[in-house]
Design a protein. Sequence first.
Length: 215
Amino acid sequence: MTRRWVREHKQDPYYKKAKSQGYRSRATYKLFQISQRFGILKPGHSVVDLGCAPGGWLQVAVELTGPRGTVVGVDLDRVKPLEGAIIIKGDMREEAIARKVVEALPTGRADVVLSDMSPNISGNYNIDHAKSIELSETAFDFACKILRPGGSFVVKIFVGDMFKAFLREVSRPFAFCKAHHPKASRSSSSETYIIGKNFRPAPTRRFERPEQPKE
């Protein structure tokens, strides 16, 4: 990050708003806006947030799903505890971590899977776009294995030459699929979000709860 970027970031109105309202990240407002527009997060929902650090989206999910909701965050890095959220440290690609997520959900299925993951920026846009696609595909694969029928998926991606192919891939198991650039995203940013709703699962792509031993 350059000094100019840090200076501009601190002057950003959403950054200032997040600091004043006690949110961990300006990205919280992206999720608020997405959820409001597309009806993603509702009271009582079970939500999984992939790559949840520093916890801004977890805060939104806890707030919007309320006391009857279940919010599970997964990240490789340690995340500061948040009341109302279950935080799992580990790699979502590992079977053991996936099992922990399944076991944390009341029904073993999520109503919503979120991913605001971003690759470490190299400065080479083609490389960064490819890494973004890789992260998004990993999140999509996880979502397909854990979402309940009718569930929703939100994933961030950098726009580039592989974007349209990925959008078509996400659209297959969802009755509704749309790319969206929320107002809280910087106008200069190439990031966009893909929103999938009304999930139609394929029976071969599921994480299952481990069977309980018979007495």
